[in-house]
Write a new protein. Structure first.
Ligand code: NBP
Length: 484
């Protein structure tokens, strides 16, 4: 029994159980523990029956069954549960042993754990894992970061269980990301991008359903068609499928029976919060986070809908476009151009964070980590990889030849769609944010000369001049035109 297991997994909720089964299927012996021990028992006599999985009812037992150096992986709720579990586990380990946190932890918590465990000689990895239950079972995307010394020992297990992509289906969606909290940071940005993608798809849906009046069968066909082109992705694919599912209770389309009040667990918000800390304009993801918050104000929105006026009606009623197919294609182009801006913002934030924390990230490699297994998997990520292969120092994805041309080709449709949505009163916060970002980023001169003047006027914050180096202050009150 002693020292026979390759890895120990702590936390047998949905993700932990599926990762254990995935590891066992790939020939690894896994010790499995959960705080509530009935979960261990149920797992061993249930899904893990007949597999190379050893149930442990105490952390001490788990540690004793592991080969040295020991690898113990946590799949528990982020925050205090991770901290408490590490506190219980660390005294049972020896220098050179490895703790991996595979949950959705905040990257700063991971950095703190690394620092704390350094003195004990315990190596700590923070690994972002994406793909939900299905991914964990059959191949997730894994984003490991932390103490690099641990990586060669963990790599064979992680790369075996990860999703595979490439022509021979043999490139694992798991590669070393970087030191410190880099792995968890990349997962946070992944989730932020996921928020952006989902919001953009919902806006396209609203334009087609409320603007064009398409029914669910036609929406199914539109998304099926989109999934065969540039937008080919997991999220477009599952959206297509959603339109085909009927509600057992009423016989209606299930999507129409779902309340329009979105939930969120907070990882998208972390992307936006840290974008603000870094001072980088991750506007689309932030709008996507706020859009969920606004959706959650259901009762208030219902009241407001009866009190506030605005345009209402379909595109046909507004006589804006005669051709449905033409508008569907314009929405597809608007979605694609907006998506490019979203990823440009996400990678821009990764670049800023890497510079701040000295992580030295490989952006093309990160795009490939997301190519399979995870929620944002999409063909499009290969174009991002190609862009960074062309120029690893690329300042912004929008400046890459392929993306520059793609936005140019889709631009007039994108603007048309945004005008149409505005005219008929359909909210499109993420598409709008994307276009505003694009127009701001390509502007040599923005109106912030005036803003600087305002700041200097009321707060003596000083301003720079267009014709001379230095910081200047003006006595605006003394020089202004006297009122009247
Ligand atoms: P949950 O996030 O629901 O966490 C449940 C697990 O945490 C159970 O094993 C529970 O033990 C354990 N736990 C808690 Br709660 N407090 C604990 C404590 N103080 N000490 C020890 N264990 C404690 O599980 P999950 O959905 O499987 O997710 C695991 C991690 O993976 C999370 O960080 C999550 O954000 C992340 N993640 C989830 C998904 C997904 O699709 N669900 C996808 C990607 C990443 P108990 O049984 O004794 O209560």
């Amino acid at each position: 029994m002693a020292q026979q297991c390759d890895i120990g997994l702590i936390g047998l909720a949905v993700m932990g159980q599926n990762l254990v089964l995935n590891m066992a299927d790939h020939g690894f012996a896994v010790a499995a523990y959960n705080r509530t021990t009935s979960r261990v028992d149920d797992f061993i006599i249930g899904p893990a029956k007949g597999k190379t999985v050893l149930g442990c009812r105490r952390l001490e037992d788990l540690v004793q069954t592991l080969k040295k150096p020991r690898i113990a992986m946590l799949m528990v709720k982020a925050g205090d549960p991770v901290k408490q579990t590490v506190e219980q586990l660390a005294p049972l380990l020896e220098p050179g042993d490895i703790i991996i946190d595979g949950g959705n932890s905040h990257f700063l918590d991971t950095e703190e754990q690394i620092r704390k465990l350094q003195d004990l000689g315990i190596l700590y990895l923070g690994a972002g894992i994406s793909g939900g239950e299905e991914g964990a079972r059959y191949g997730p995307s894994i984003m490991p970061g932390g103490t690099e010394e641990a990586w060669p020992l963990v790599r064979p297990i992680f790369q075996a269980i990860a999703a595979k992509v490439g022509p021979n289906n043999d490139i694992p969606c798991c590669e070393w990301v970087g030191p410190g909290g880099a792995g968890h940071y990349v997962k946070i940005v992944h989730n932020g991008i996921e928020y952006g993608d989902m919001q953009l798809i919902c806006e396209a849906y609203s334009l087609l359903k409320d603007g064009l009046g398409l029914n669910n069968d036609t929406l199914y066909d539109v998304f099926a068609e989109w999934n065969r082109g540039e937008l080919d992705s997991y999220l477009i694919e599952i959206t297509r499928d959603i339109f085909s599912v009927k509600d057992e209770k009423t016989g209606n389309a299930l999507v129409d029976m779902i309340l329009d009040r979105a939930g969120q667990k907070g990882t998208g918000k972390w992307t936006s919060q840290h974008a603000l800390d870094l001072g980088v304009p991750t506007t689309l993801i932030t709008e996507a986070v706020f859009a969920r918050s606004l959706s959650a104000l259901k009762k208030k929105r219902v009241r407001a809908s009866r009190m506030l006026s605005g345009p209402q009606g379909t595109i046909a009623e507004f006589r804006l476009t005669a051709n449905k197919d033409e508008f569907i294609e314009q929405v597809r182009k608007a979605l694609f151009a907006s998506k490019i801006c979203s990823y440009a913002q996400g990678f821009f934030q990764l670049q800023a964070a890497a510079a701040e924390y000295g992580w030295g990230l490989d952006y093309g490699e990160i795009a490939m980590l997301w190519r399979g297994g995870c929620i944002i998997r999409a063909t499009f990520l290969e174009d991002i990889k190609a862009a960074y292969d062309r120029n690893s120092e690329l300042e912004n994805l929008l400046l890459d030849k392929y993306f520059k041309e793609a936005v140019t080709a889709n631009q007039s449709a994108w603007r048309r769609v945004i005008c149409t949505a505005t005219e008929i009163g359909i909210p499109i916060p993420a598409m709008g944010a994307a276009l505003n970002y694009y127009d701001s980023y390509r502007s040599e001169r923005l109106p912030h000369n005036l803003l600087q003047a305002q700041r200097d006027y009321f707060g003596s914050h000083r301003y720079e001049r267009v014709d001379e180096e230095g910081n200047f202050h003006t006595d605006w009150v003394g020089k202004r035109r006297k009122p009247g």
